[in-house]
Every structure is written in structure tokens, then in C-alpha cells.
Design a protein around this ligand. Structure first.
Ligand code: FAD
Length: 356
């Protein structure tokens, strides 16, 4: 039996499984999935889990069941490319013939002192649960600082506002205007939503230090009760340790077929891969589909296409609480109820197709 080892059952990993199972896996190939969690986690919903507006069960989806899929729960600690071995915490290592690394990302703290120790996170389900507890145990009128006003920071601030109207929420944004990469109309809409809902947006911010109950913006101390970090990501630590070529964000540089230049049996999918777009769940899924095409051709001894088609990404959708949203679909900027409904619809379809 040829062994495909899949590290991480996130958005990339799940798309690989759904494309290969139930009927596309050639005879003679079996899959082992390793994940530290006993279910697929809907990371795109962690902001709502942390804000306390959805339940834990809402962000969990069972891994597929199939006779040729072996699901192995464990934490990957190291990958030995020379020996073709994956090391796990407190368990025997696992071998592979083909390997796909889809371990996702972690917070990046940009060397801001105290940020790694004194801020909460929404990057993993465990961290989001801890953040939920801290936020929801706060007394009336407490202050929450959210550092970073990208998609996840904006979604968390708005969801928390709807969840806890008593809290003072400060959202620190590095740009001169919020969501400065989006069209002006959209950025103004989000800014106005925050003004109308009493979320203080602090533009041109630069957080220089974090201490217990204190953030420093341009070295000016600002007292607070909880700080949540949403100001940057980097690949999983297992990938950061790998001795392979990486881009400036630490993501692994790959060939056009998504494998390592020096090893055609090792693929990287999702947030750990160096791709020409910002990391996202839909990018991880689009790349996963191409990896499946490449693997199937190789397993069936068919020639690979000269080029793989460019990724077709559908756009970005963000929520502002449960009733409002914003987004870009194609080159159209959408604001208000329609993008929010679209986002809920996409989540529903995703869960439905994942068997939840
Ligand atoms: C709050 C928030 C909102 C977002 N919203 C959107 C959105 O609206 N649209 C969008 O496209 N993207 C969104 N994203 C980004 C998206 O979630 C990621 O780009 C996507 O999850 C990447 O998929 P992946 O397969 O690379 O990794 P992940 O989905 O993160 O999966 C990684 C998997 O690896 C497992 N794992 C990690 N480390 C180990 C280890 N050491 N051992 C074993 N298993 C391990 C994890 O348990 C997980 O199952 C959002 C992210 C956040 C945080």
C-alpha cells in the first residue's frame, strides 16, 4: 500500500479528503490524516466563538469516515524529510510515501514585547475558547483592546459589541483608515458602523508594548482588562522549523505543482504555502484541488499538465455582527445585509457539504 500522510485536517486538508474520497483514490493508496483535534474546526468562525455568540459545537465538523482513511489524533512536533518520518508528541513516528503539510498558521507578534504573554488569541480553537472565557467573564463596563483591524479583528470587535453592549471596545488599526485595502465606500461603511455602535477605532496605531492590563500605543499606556491580538499571522511552528526555502512571511516556496523543489513527494497546502495571494480558507481549498489533480496524475502514471490554471477566488466577505456585513465579490463592493446573508449562506453550504 502506498501511504499518503496528511498533516492537518483544516480547510486545505478537508478539501483534499473530499476530493479523493469516496471514489477517487486509486487501489493501492491509503490515507492517514493526523490532527491534534478530533474534528475539523471552522476557523473562520472563531471570532464568534470568542465573542460568545455561537456555541462550540457550531465550529466543529466530523472528519470523513472511509475504509481507506485512517484518522490519527496527535500533535506533530517535527518532520524529518530525509528519513520520511513525521514525529508526534508522546507517540511513535509515522512514515509516508507522499506527504501533504496543511498545519495552518499562528499569531505573529512582530517582536512587540509582552504581546505573546499578555494577549489572547483567536488562531486555534483552544485559544478561542480561552478568549471566550476571558471576554465573557469580564465585569460590566470593562475595557477590551483588539490589536489589528484586518478581517478577523473587525469581525471580532463587531461581534463582541453585539454580544456585550456594556463593554468598552477599542480597535487598534495600523492604517490611516480602516480596511484601507478595500474601496473607500466599503471602508467608510465599516468605520461608520463602528461609530454608530460605540466601538472606538484608533487609526495610525502602533502597539509598542503589552503588559498585564496595559497596552502601549506609540509608547502611550492605555489601561484595559483584556487584549486580543489579531495583528498578523505566520506559518505553524513545525513548518517554521523545516529547513527548506521560504518567502519573507516564512511560507514554504513550492514548485508550480505545489511540492518542495527538492522533494516531489512533499506538498504544502494552505496558510503554510507561499502563494501569490493572501492566505485564506478559499485559497487553501483551491490549492488543495490542484494538489489532488497532481497526485492523481502521478499515481496513475499520467503526464502532468504543462501549467496548472490560475486560482479562481470568489472574493472576501466580512461580518459586522449578525445583521450587517461587507465584502468584495468580483470587483463589486457590497455593504449591509446582502453580504452578511451571503456569508451565512456560504457557511451553511460548507457545513452541509462537509456532512455536519
Ligand atoms: C477569525 C478568522 C476569520 C477568518 N475568516 C476568513 C474568511 O471569511 N474567509 C477565508 O477564506 N478565510 C478566513 N480566515 C482564514 C482561514 O481561516 C485560514 O486561511 C484557513 O483556515 C487556512 O486553512 P489551512 O488548511 O491552511 O489551515 P487550518 O484550517 O488552520 O487547519 C490547520 C489544521 O492543522 C491542525 N494542526 C495544527 N498544528 C498541528 C500540529 N502540530 N499537530 C497536529 N495538527 C495540527 C489544526 O488542528 C487544524 O485542523 C479567517 C481566519 C480567522 C482567524
Amino acid at each position: 500500500m502506498r501511504k499518503l500522510l496528511l498533516l492537518g485536517g483544516g480547510y486545505g486538508g478537508m478539501r483534499i479528503l473530499h476530493k479523493l474520497l469516496p471514489n477517487n483514490l486509486p487501489d493501492g493508496v491509503e490515507i492517514t490524516l493526523v490532527d491534534k483535534n478530533p474534528y475539523h474546526c471552522l476557523k473562520t468562525e472563531y471570532y464568534a466563538l470568542a465573542a460568545g455568540t455561537i456555541s462550540d459545537q457550531h465550529v466543529r465538523v466530523a472528519f470523513p469516515e472511509h475504509p481507506k482513511l485512517n484518522v490519527h489524533y496527535g500533535e506533530v512536533t517535527d518532520i524529518d524529510l530525509e528519513q520520511k518520518l513525521v514525529h508526534l508528541k508522546d507517540q511513535a513516528p509515522i512514515t509516508y510515501d507522499d506527504l501533504i503539510i496543511g498545519l495552518g498558521c499562528e499569531d505573529k507578534y512582530h517582536n512587540v514585547p509582552g504581546a505573546d504573554k499578555y494577549t489572547c488569541s483567536i488562531q486555534t480553537i483552544d485559544q478561542s475558547r480561552e478568549t471566550y472565557q476571558k471576554l465573557n467573564n469580564l465585569g460590566a463596563g470593562a475595557t477590551v483592546c483588539i490589536v489589528g483591524a484586518g478581517l478577523s479583528g473587525v469581525e471580532l470587535a463587531s461581534e463582541l459589541r453585539e454580544s456585550r453592549s456594556d463593554l468598552k471596545i477599542k480597535l487598534f488599526d495600523r492604517g490611516k483608515v480602516i480596511l484601507s485595502n478595500f474601496p473607500e465606500r466599503l471602508s467608510k461603511y465599516v468605520q461608520t458602523w463602528f461609530e454608530e455602535h460605540g466601538v472606538e477605532v484608533i487609526n495610525s496605531a502602533n502597539i509598542t508594548k503589552v503588559e498585564p492590563n496595559m497596552v502601549y500605543n506609540h509608547d502611550e499606556p492605555i489601561p484595559c482588562d483584556v487584549v486580543v491580538w489579531t495583528a498578523g499571522i505566520q506559518p505553524n511552528y513545525v513548518v517554521r522549523k523545516l529547513n527548506v526555502e521560504k518567502d519573507r512571511q516564512g511560507r514554504v516556496i513550492l514548485t508550480k505543482y505545489h511540492h518542495l523543489p527538492q522533494d516531489e513527494h512533499v506538498y504544502v497546502v494552505g496558510d503554510c504555502a507561499s502563494l501569490p495571494y493572501a492566505p485564506s480558507a478559499q485559497l487553501a481549498e483551491a490549492q488543495a484541488e490542484q494538489i489532488v489533480q497532481v497526485l492523481l496524475k502521478k499515481w496513475n502514471n499520467e503526464p502532468l499538465p504543462e501549467e496548472l490554471p490560475p486560482f479562481k477566488l470568489k472574493g472576501v466577505l466580512g461580518s459586522l455582527g449578525k445583521k450587517s456585513g461587507f465584502g468584495m465579490v468580483g470587483d463589486r463592493a457590497l455593504t449591509g445585509r446582502v453580504p452578511r446573508l451571503l456569508k451565512s449562506g456560504i457557511l451553511w453550504i460548507y457545513k452541509y457539504h462537509s456532512g455536519a
